[in-house]
Design a binder for this molecule. Structure first.
Ligand SMILES: [Zn+2]
Length: 208
């Protein structure tokens, strides 16, 4: 693992390449960057997990200004996430919201561990994430899935994505209004770390 200073240098160098001071693809983005500094109209809002293996812009092959991305461990929905989605949907007119979870999510695994070992120590801050995931996992722990760790995580990841999408659909008057009157759509999707494929499994209209 890099030290903090080494990591800092790597970021700094990357930004230099990006701004075109050194050579690199980033130069191609310059005209667009200049235009985007004046206005932004992202075509989709992505609420994804912070996991470093699931950067929304890369897995959807999008560039500067295309996506309004909110990332938090476990793609949970708390008031600040709802507010961020409201902000983009209301101010920028973005009409698609994707809750993007992923296979083998560490936040889901941590929640299962906490529920299975209530005495294990976890910080209050981490527990605030676990508590948001908990309802999706608790119901599953009462089924035979509790004896099959891999299947349990798989089902819990999807249940948690569905719960976050439902929370966005029904936990905000602004988003409900935009859904009814302006065609806002909230869908749930799972990114496979193994295949790279995103499966939009929740909330897409039939014809989609
Ligand atoms: Zn994750």
């Amino acid at each position: 693992m890099l030290t903090a200073l080494e990591a800092f240098r790597r970021l700094k160098e990357g930004n230099l390449r990006f701004t075109g001071s050194m050579t690199g693809d980033a130069e191609l983005q310059s005209p667009r960057r200049t235009k985007l500094s004046k206005a932004t109209e992202p075509f989709a809002i992505i609420l994804g997990c912070s996991d470093a293996r699931v950067p929304a812009e890369i897995v959807f092959d999008q560039g500067l200004g295309d996506l309004f991305v909110i990332r938090v461990a476990g793609n949970i929905v708390s008031p600040s996430q709802v507010g961020s989605v409201e902000f983009a949907a209301e101010r920028m007119g973005t009409r698609l919201v994707v809750v993007l979870g992923h296979t083998q999510c560490g936040a889901i695994q941590a929640t299962i561990e906490v529920l299975e070992n209530p005495n294990a120590s976890a910080s209050r801050n981490l527990l605030s994430i676990v508590d948001r995931v908990r309802p999706s996992v608790e119901a599953l722990l009462e089924t035979d899935l509790r004896n099959d760790p891999a299947a349990l995580v798989g089902h819990a990841v999807r249940a948690n994505i569905r719960a976050s999408a439902d929370h966005l659909r029904h936990g905000s008057e602004i988003l409900e209004q935009l859904t009814q009157k302006n065609g806002l759509l909230v869908v749930g999707a799972e990114y496979s770390l193994e295949s790279g494929i995103v499966d939009f499994f929740d909330g897409l209209p039939e014809a989609g």
